[in-house]
Design a protein around this ligand. Structure first.
Ligand code: ASP
Length: 335
């Protein structure tokens, strides 16, 4: 925890989203950035000095992977400028993906905190000011740096790998189903409950993203045509991520199509559409089972959600990192 006397300089990078909507604007979340947040928190502890900057003034649904690269560069610039921490305000719809992209791209030398709002500033009970305030307090605490980028929402601290938007409208929108928050903010202090996760998600920051990754969502009756459609024109995609059923299963028809793809050299990465739990290795067999898919050369993404695995594959392939390093296999499937 930082000494209360030490002044902490925090870079505040504003993108768009509900947190950045200014009256009388209602639907448009594109153009108002830092101005909507001034002062970001009137009762902020004196030790926290805020240096605001507008970066990408648009709703999170409009952000591209190039924008994520731009944002990572902006975070690096803030760190290079000597900031003690960085806060990013962001639309909530893709906030968890941006948090994970920063976990891939930014060396966590200082705390990097992402937050947003579910209610715009001119609605009753706006949550943006309180979220920004808590995020600034968190970013001022150097003990958060080793956690990599974190999401602070409703005074909870969530790591980028695990956090997800659980509710489409309530202010308590974010959770980490696998482990819960790693800490919380109370009375202008961060209280940590869990240590940083082992390992790192970081990738070398060499090339801007160029790879195109398709996403297939498994469901009852979703067959091989879902994968075939993605790859009907050669060169349409460089890789495919599957949000599989349960512990890593798809219909036999979809499984066969994915295996064809993998055998033809297209990276295929399996995740689960369940928000929590492991991908199995050797429990179920037969067409479309985890054993079938693993033995046929598909890669499995451990606990990453499909959107986050897609970013890992996208940035990793763009940087020329081998698939086995991006999604390592702990041990081969028996039999
Ligand atoms: N549509 C908004 C966005 O993600 C929603 C929000 O910020 O809560 O940009």
């Amino acid at each position: 925890m930082g000494s209360p006397e030490t002044t902490r300089s925090i870079g505040l990078l504003a993108t768009g989203g509900t947190i950045a909507v200014a009256p009388p604007t209602t639907g448009n979340q594109d153009h108002v950035g830092v101005a909507a947040l001034t002062p970001p928190a009137p009762d902020l502890p004196e030790r926290i000095e805020v240096v605001p900057r507008d970066v990408l003034g648009r709703s999170s649904r409009k952000l591209t992977v190039d924008d994520l690269w731009t944002l990572a560069t902006a975070v690096d610039e803030e760190i290079a400028a000597g900031r003690d921490g960085v806060v990013i305000t962001h639309g909530t719809d893709t906030l968890e993906e941006t948090a994970y992209a920063l976990a891939l791209l930014v060396e966590p030398r200082v705390p990097v905190v992402i937050t947003g709002a579910m209610r715009s500033p001119h609605h009753s009970g706006p949550d943006g000011p309180a979220n920004v305030r808590a995020a600034l307090v968190a970013a001022a605490d150097p003990s958060l740096a080793p956690y990599g980028p974190v999401v602070v929402f409703q005074d909870e601290v969530h790591v980028a790998r695990l956090v997800t938007k659980m509710h489409s409208a309530r202010v308590a929108a974010f959770a980490s189903p696998a482990a819960g928050p790693v800490g919380f903010v109370a009375e202008d202090e961060v209280e940590l409950l869990l240590g940083p996760a082992p390992g790192t998600d970081r990738l070398p920051r060499s090339n801007p993203p160029t790879a195109r990754i398709g996403l297939v969502h498994a469901a009852t009756g979703v067959d091989g045509s879902a994968a075939d459609a993605l790859t009907s024109d050669p060169g349409t995609v460089d890789g495919v991520v599957v949000a599989a059923l349960g512990a890593g299963h798809v219909s036999p028809s979809l499984g066969a199509a994915l295996v064809r793809l993998a055998r033809a050299g297209t990276p295929v990465v399996v995740t689960s559409r369940c928000p929590d739990g492991a991908l199995l290795r050797e429990t179920y067999s037969g067409g479309g089972s985890e054993m079938d898919l693993r033995r046929s050369g598909l890669h499995f993404a451990s606990t990453l959600s499909a959107p986050k695995a897609r970013l890992r594959l996208l940035f990793g392939l763009s940087a020329g990192i081998p698939l086995d390093e991006l999604f390592p296999t702990r041990r081969p499937v028996r039999g």
